[in-house]
Every structure is written in structure tokens, then in C-alpha cells.
Design a protein around this ligand. Sequence first.
Ligand SMILES: [Cu+2]
Length: 119
Amino acid sequence: MRTSLAIAALLGLLGSQAAVPHAFPEQAEPRVGAVTDGLPSQVRIWFDADLEPAFSTLRVLDAQGRQVNRDPGQVNAEQERLLEARLPPLPPGVYHVFWRVIARDGHATEGDYTFTVGR
Ligand SMILES: [Cu+2]
């Protein structure tokens, strides 16, 4: 009896976790760790769940830690899973992307990655 209750509780827990739609990235452009061929005009990250536009941000920093994108990034008006930020023309070097998003359930996820603008 105790065992079956424990299993039921465990299944219930797993079930509720699987139903929670936190947003995680599925794909990014430039890709994670990429060396770009030419200048990227924007950074785009596709997630696996719809994002809350008001609280989802994307910052791109240069090797000196200066933010290079002028706006804080935005969720695409037609694709609610796409977070994007325009980039000015960038000199060659390593760039660090920091993203933070809120999924529709109110849960935040964040992460970062780098890409390199080639010569
Ligand atoms: Cu969640």
C-alpha cells in the first residue's frame, strides 16, 4: 500500500512537470559557437514554447562587455516562439549572447552562448 501510494505520487509529480511549459531554446542564428561568414544583421533564437513579450530580452555583448544591440530584443510579432535583436555592423571578434525569457506560464529561463564574427 505504501509503495503504490509512493509510485502514484511520483507519477503525479512527473506528470505535472511534463505539463509545465517552460521555454527552452531549440535553435539559434548565428548558431551556438559559430564563426559567421560575413556580418550577421540580427540574432534570432527559436524556443519550444510561446514567450511573454514584455519580459523577454536578448543582449549581445562584445569582448569588452559592451552591449552592441541598441534595443533589448523582442519577441517576433508573428512568431511568439522567436526572440530576436537587430545588430549594427560588427567588427570581427567574439560576441556573447545573453537571453532571458518568460514563458506563458510565468516561468523564467535564461542562458547565454557565444559566436564569432569572422574576418
Ligand atoms: Cu514553466
